[in-house]
Design a protein around this ligand. Sequence first.
Ligand code: CAA
Length: 241
Amino acid sequence: MAHVALVTGGTRGIGAAISIALQKAGYAVAATYGGNDEAAGKFKDEHGIAVYKWDVSDFAACKEGVAKVEADLGPVDVLVNNAGITRDGVLHRMEPEAWRTVIATNLDSLFNMTRNVIDGMRARGYGRVISISSINGQKGQFGQSNYSAAKAGVFGFTKAVAQENAAKGITVNAIAPGYIATEMVRAVPEEVLNTKILPLIPVGRLGEPEEIARCVVFLAAEEAGFITGSTLTANGGQYLA
Ligand code: CAA
C-alpha cells in the first residue's frame, strides 16, 4: 500500500511541486489549500491529486480535515507543513494583524497539523514530518519580523518533536529554502529583488520549486530513518547556516 502524504498549501508554489513530486514517487497525496478555489480545481484536474480546503491556523479545522483525508485515503504517514504567507513590512509600521496572521498561518499550523497526525504515527511506529521553513528564519530579513520569527520557530519545533518521537520510528525535519521562483517571491518589489536579493545569491538565480520538492522526497523516504531533527538548506549559497 502506498504511503499517504498530506501537503499543506499543496496546490500552488513550492507546495504544488512537492505534491507532484511525492505523487511521482508513489505516494497517495492529499493537498490542502486555504482559499484559491480556482487554482486548486485546476491543480486537481491537471494532476489527479485530491485537494482539501481548510484553514491551517484553525486547530478544529485541521482536526476535521485530517479525519476526512484519513477516511478517504488512509492514515497519514507523511505530513509536509508547507502552507505559509507573507505580510511584509517594517516592524515600526506593522499592524498587530500582520503579525498575528503570519504567526498563526506559518507557525501555529505546525502544532495544529502535527498534533492531529502524531498519535496515529506513534501508534503505527512510523512517520515523517517535514516542515518548510526559510532562509529568512535562519538569517532574519529586513521587512519580515513576523515571517522570520515564525520560520525561526519552525526549527525549535522540529528539534523538540524530533526528540520526542525518535523512538517511535518518526522523523521530524525542516527544509530551509532560499528565494524560490514563486508568486510569493515575485510579490517582492522588483527593485528590491534586483538590487538587494539576487546579487546575494552565489548560484546567480532564484531556485525552482522542484529543487525544494526533491528535498522533501529525500526526507520522506523510508531509507531516511536516521535523519531527524535536521535542517536541509537549499538556498543557492545565499546563507551558510
Ligand atoms: N536591506 C536593507 N535595506 C533595505 C532592504 C534590505 N533588504 N529592503 C529595503 N531597504 C531599504 C530601501 O532601500 C529603502 O531605503 P531608503 O529609504 O534609504 O531609500 C528603505 O529600506 C525603505 O524601503 P521601501 O521603499 O521598499 O519601503 P517600504 O516600507 O515600502 O517596504 C519592505 C519595505 C516591505 C521591507 C519592502 O522593501 C520589501 O518587500 N522587501 C522585501 C522583503 C523580502 O525579502 N521578503 C521576502 C519575500 S519572499 C519570502 O518570504 C519567501 C522566502 O522564504 C525567502
